[in-house]
Design a protein around this ligand. Structure first.
Ligand code: HEM
Length: 430
């Protein structure tokens, strides 16, 4: 199969121009940008906020040349308008096999790392599972799952649980399990595997990268088994694995494309949503004024979810591209063949687009945020993610209105170096 690490050795010198002058004072006074740009990217993020350097870059050098751990250059695009422009620019590619591609995780040949028309063909094959109507039809089943999880929480002695396994992981693991057709007995194991694949994703730690690649191989092989089992069945199933196997049987796609598409959806749909749920609850519990507003007016739920997604931007190191031509953005030319990180976590905190962007305000109408990306690769599962979050937040705060953190917020361990930001454990009480 094709799961490889991205960081192949490269001997590019690190003393390259940064794109614009970065010395001298800036509003983010304590940030030394020249030094940051000489430190391998990605940079450490705060517990909740994106790296402080992003704010200084937006102000002083919105298109800046940084470097990856292996010395290859990467252009950081930090302003909202520029990030959107990059993500719709036909001179930008998502092809991970391009030598300049700044990928940060195992490579598995999935359609998220391909260009159109191949990307559109493979994405189109499973699109019906993610449309608004289909997602709405799944809502009652998700409601039942959430109610059952909360019944079990309420039955726990001591009125305290870790919300991560009790709810945040459990719902997306089962939603995805049903959607794909993962046997119930395998779900806990696959949930653990995906989490550790992403937890070991620190792009600056080569050993962790290797662990992540090995786990990805196992998950990939498991999806391959599911496809093969499906191919051996006489009556095809109508889940995503069944649809992919049927497309292969018809000769529309290769076996490899069938497996990699299943692998992509499993990898993309689980930890993303689980961490949005857990971090979202944490965010609301630590902003009691905002939570009180939501409880007083539940019709704010949809806009509150958009604000949670904007503010967290927790899927923050997934969007990577490479220039297929020289591209000028904000007066800076990104040369053909060099990598680009359109930083959605920075764009979502751009003051020129979101006044007082650092403030968490559930009444902000932030649906144009870039937490799901933008352009042809924009998250395919966004309606599903929104629906899951809506059922989880609505049911949790309605059924347990007295929910509170069981420990001090500073004691909560966050996954600050993972490719998807998240929370390891979230002890809550009522
Ligand atoms: C809060 C939850 C989620 C967030 C924040 C999120 C975020 C993202 C982002 C930022 C991308 C864009 C990558 C790029 O432009 O290169 C993406 C792509 C994708 N997401 Fe999500 N995602 C979430 C949930 C889901 C779910 C539930 C599924 C499916 C079950 C899913 C499936 C996908 C797929 C298949 C892609 C690749 C799309 C393509 O390349 O055409 N995501 N997601």
């Amino acid at each position: 199969m094709g799961v490889q690490t991205d960081q192949t050795a490269h001997d590019e010198a690190s003393t390259t121009p940064t794109g614009c002058p970065v010395s001298g004072p800036s509003a983010a006074a304590d940030v030394d940008l020249a030094r940051a740009l000489d430190t391998p990217f990605p940079w450490p993020r705060g517990r909740f906020d994106p790296p402080a350097e992003y704010g200084a870059l937006r102000e002083k050098c919105p298109v800046a040349r940084a470097k990856l751990a292996d010395g290859r250059p990467v252009w950081l695009v930090t302003r909202y308008d520029d990030v959107r422009a990059v993500l719709t620019d036909p001179r930008v590619s998502a092809d991970e096999t391009d030598p300049g591609f700044p990928g940060m995780g195992p490579r598995a040949g999935t359609y998220s790392k391909m260009d159109d028309p191949r990307h559109a063909e493979l994405r189109g094959l499973v699109a019906r599972n993610f449309g608004i109507k289909h997602v709405a039809s799944m809502r009652p089943a998700v409601q039942a799952m959430v109610d059952q999880a909360i019944d079990e929480m309420l039955a726990t002695e001591g009125r305290q649980v870790d919300l991560v396994p009790a709810l945040a992981l459990r719902i997306p693991a089962n939603v995805l399990g049903n959607l794909l057709g993962v046997p119930v007995e395998d779900r806990d194991h696959f949930a653990e595997q995906i989490q550790s694949m992403l937890d070991n994703g620190n792009p600056l730690d080569t050993e962790a990268q290797e662990r992540s690649r090995r786990i990805a191989e196992e998950v990939y092989a498991y999806v391959g088994e599911l496809i093969d089992r499906e191919l051996a069945r006489e009556t095809p199933s109508d889940d995503i694995i069944g649809q992919l196997a049927a497309a292969h049987r018809r000769g529309d796609i290769s076996h490899k494309d069938a497996v990699s598409s299943g692998f992509l959806i499993i990898g993309a749909g689980f930890d993303t949503t689980a961490n949005a749920a857990a971090l979202g609850v944490l965010l609301l519990l630590t902003h009691p004024d905002q939570l009180a507003k939501l409880k007083a007016d539940p019709s704010l739920l949809d806009v509150a979810i958009e604000e949670v997604l904007r503010w967290l931007s927790h899927v923050h190191l997934i969007i990577a591209r490479v220039a297929t031509d020289d591209i000028e953005i904000a007066g800076v030319t990104i040369p053909r063949g060099e990598g680009i990180m359109p930083l959605n976590a920075s764009a979502n905190r751009d003051e020129s687009h979101y006044p007082q962007a650092a403030t968490f305000d559930i009444e902000r109408r932030a649906r144009d945020h870039l937490a799901f990306g933008f352009g042809v690769h924009q998250c395919q599962g966004q309606s599903l993610a929104r629906m899951e979050l809506s059922v989880i937040f609505e049911t949790l705060f309605r059924r347990i209105p007295e929910l509170r953190l069981a420990v001090d917020v500073d004691e909560i361990e966050l996954k600050t170096s993972a490719r998807i930001h998240g929370v390891r454990a979230l002890p809550v009480a009522w």
